[in-house]
Design a protein around this ligand. Structure first.
Ligand SMILES: N[C@@H](CCC(=O)N[C@@H](CS)C(=O)NCC(=O)O)C(=O)O
Length: 228
């Protein structure tokens, strides 16, 4: 299997955590895609994923699977023992519901804030992501508020259960964890008074599959290009 991705980016990190959880790291060849150079918006990559985003999983038979949730479902079910996406119909439904909320309330609006409210990944990609228009800053701030509201929502959920979809670590937790890491990079941090959310984050960061990856850094050349 091949995974088109890039070290240091949040959606690829979701899949790297899944691979570690499922013990599949050694079966995957990582193909780096240059997001800062907007390689993913060029014809060659759009033929791999018309949405122009990473990660993408390529199977041995050439099948291309994009969308982190679809990739996670595939990898989690390969061994017939899905641990991240739910086993019963009810578990599956709850994992997908909370996963989507983690995207809609945190990860996606952080992404919008990052691209519209900051210089994002630099001028080459900004031409695709965030054209100049008068509502740009306001759109960014609205999304920042969505994220802050999302933080409060998940803080409440985590006051009542250990993980987002109940007692077990799942795809929903992975999405939110990646969203918080992206928030840090974009400058949207979890406020100190949201104790449940911060305690959950600390616990998740210690999981072996996450621990090795939570320090996942930009490739040195990317860090340099972004001025870190
Ligand atoms: N819905 C997609 C989102 C993927 C996504 O936004 N990936 C980011 C990397 S973290 C990306 O490729 N961004 C580049 C862009 O939007 O131009 C998924 O679940 O895989």
């Amino acid at each position: 299997m091949k995974i088109y991705d890039r070290s240091g980016f949040p959606n690829p990190a979701r899949i790297r955590i899944v691979l570690a959880e499922k013990g599949l790291d050694s079966q995957v060849e990582f193909v780096p895609v240059d997001l800062i150079g907007a390689e993913h918006k060029q014809e060659a990559f759009l033929a791999i994923n018309p949405s122009g985003v990473i990660p993408v999983l390529e199977l041995e038979d050439g099948t291309l699977i994009s969308e982190a949730t679809a990739i996670t479902e595939y990898l989690d079910n390969l061994d017939g023992n899905p641990t991240l996406t739910g086993k019963s119909p009810k578990e599956k439904a709850l994992v997908h519901m909370m996963q989507r909320r983690a995207e809609a309330f945190v990860l996606d609006p952080v992404g919008i804030y990052f691209h519209f409210g900051t210089s994002g990944l630099g001028p080459l990609l900004q031409a695709f992501k965030s054209p100049e228009w008068e509502g740009r800053k306001e759109w960014a701030e609205r999304n920042r508020s969505t994220v802050e509201e999302g933080f409060r929502y998940f803080n409440k959920i985590l006051g009542a259960s250990d993980f987002l979809a109940g007692d077990n670590f799942s795809m929903a937790d992975i999405t939110l964890f990646a969203g918080l890491a992206f928030g840090d990079a974009a400058g949207v941090q979890v406020p100190a008074d949201l104790g449940n959310l911060l305690a959950w984050r600390a616990r998740v960061a210690e999981l072996p599959s996450v621990k090795n990856r939570s320090g996942q850094a930009f490739l040195p050349e990317d860090a340099k290009r972004l001025g870190f």
